[in-house]
Design a protein around this ligand. Structure first.
Ligand code: DOR
Ligand code: ZN
Length: 351
């Protein structure tokens, strides 16, 4: 059977190495969407106020566990939000006690709730050195925030101006460049033999910047980093289907209610938790690369984080188009589910 003729695929249960769950009513509304298909997820700490200390991470993890559907085996892997005041010993203790899996670096002002992020990288160097010593990964939102840098160039400039110098200063630090959107980032990761990996989102494998802007503005496709030209999307697909162990799934599923997105200054984020595995199967199928889906969604991530793949499996089956809800209700309004713009033929069953 050629790859194109595959109609059923059983793979290890996937993990999401970059996820926004929020808190309160929103958390309760969106968590089941991820827990339905995924075994684990790296939980972003950009709440208001952010999850900075080990104590806050424990409290947030408890709220997530309380919001899980009964019988769910989903495991949230917590992160700490890096600030210029972060205490390296608190980070090390949180890692040793299994409270925090990684630390998240937001350049100040880069995106949603990033005001407490880092402006002066020298001020966090002692934290990064401690993390390198204990083998704790740093998840990086890789965009500069300077007003004079074009928004479509912010990732490429970040690599040259921030990430390369930072990795030179702390070469033993394990870095995850998150939600990469450019050929530049793919090349940088490919050219780096050690301590660097990247996550790729579902939506960046599917949309380019035309999808956001041509024929009327589409707020539900607006996210950060913003989608780039088609050549970059193609580079991301090539990286994802390559089987290269340094590329893995991080959906960056980022729920905002429609009222928050559909306004003069709308929020950034695509909500893909609900239909991600069907979308990915479609992308990999179209590329004739279904046998590589498991590496991308279920094997490469745990390998980089030093964890075992999930013991459970899921089965993807190709058939008539699968329907997903177009939105998830919350008390503050609906959260629109990402529309890939094509039919989804792959249904997902958790075994
Ligand atoms: O589009 C995005 N939404 N990008 C981010 O980096 C943050 C996220 C959010 O929290 O809404
Ligand atoms: Zn994110």
């Amino acid at each position: 059977m050629t790859d194109k003729n595959i109609t059923s695929l059983t793979i290890r249960q996937p993990d999401d190495w970059h996820l926004h769950l929020r808190d309160g009513d929103m958390l309760r509304a969106v968590l089941p969407e991820t827990a339905r298909h995924f075994g684990r997820a790296i939980i972003m700490p950009n709440l208001i106020p952010p999850v900075v200390t080990a104590e806050q991470a424990v409290a947030y993890r408890d709220r997530i566990m309380a919001a899980l559907p009964q019988d769910s085996t989903f495991i949230p892997l917590m992160t700490l939000y890096l600030t210029e005041e972060t205490d390296p010993d608190d980070v090390a203790a949180a890692h040793a006690e299994g409270i925090a899996t990684a630390v998240k670096l937001y350049p100040a002002g880069a995106t949603t709730n990033s005001a407490s992020g880092v402006s002066d990288f020298n001020k966090v160097r002692h934290v990064l050195e401690k993390m390198a010593e204990i083998g704790m990964p740093l998840c990086v939102h890789g965009e500069v925030t300077n007003a004079d840098v074009d928004i479509f160039d912010r990732e490429a400039v970040f690599i040259d101006k921030v990430l390369k110098p930072l990795r030179k200063k702390v070469p033993d630090l394990k870095v995850v460049m998150e939600h990469i959107t450019t050929q530049d980032a793919v090349d940088y990761v490919r050219d780096t033999p050690k301590n660097l990996a990247a996550t790729i989102t579902t939506h960046h494998l599917i949309i380019n910047r035309n999808h956001i802007l041509v024929g009327g503005i589409k707020p539900h496709y607006y996210c950060l980093p913003v989608a780039k030209r088609e050549l970059h999307r193609v580079a991301l697909v090539q990286a994802a289907i390559s089987g290269d162990k340094r590329f893995f799934l991080g959906t960056d599923s980022a729920p905002h209610t429609d009222p928050a997105k559909l306004q003069a200054c709308g929020c950034a984020g695509c909500f893909t938790a609900t239909n991600t595995m069907s979308c990915l199967a479609e992308v990999f199928d179209a590329a004739g690369a279904l046998p590589k889906l498991e590496a991308f969604s279920s094997l490469n991530g745990p390998r980089y984080y030093g964890l075992e793949p999930n013991a459970r499996t899921i089965t993807l089956t190709k058939g008539e188009p699968v329907s997903y809800p177009s939105a998830i209700p919350t008390p503050d309004g609906p959260v629109t589910v990402f529309n890939p713009g094509f039919d989804l033929h792959w249904s997902v069953q958790t075994n």
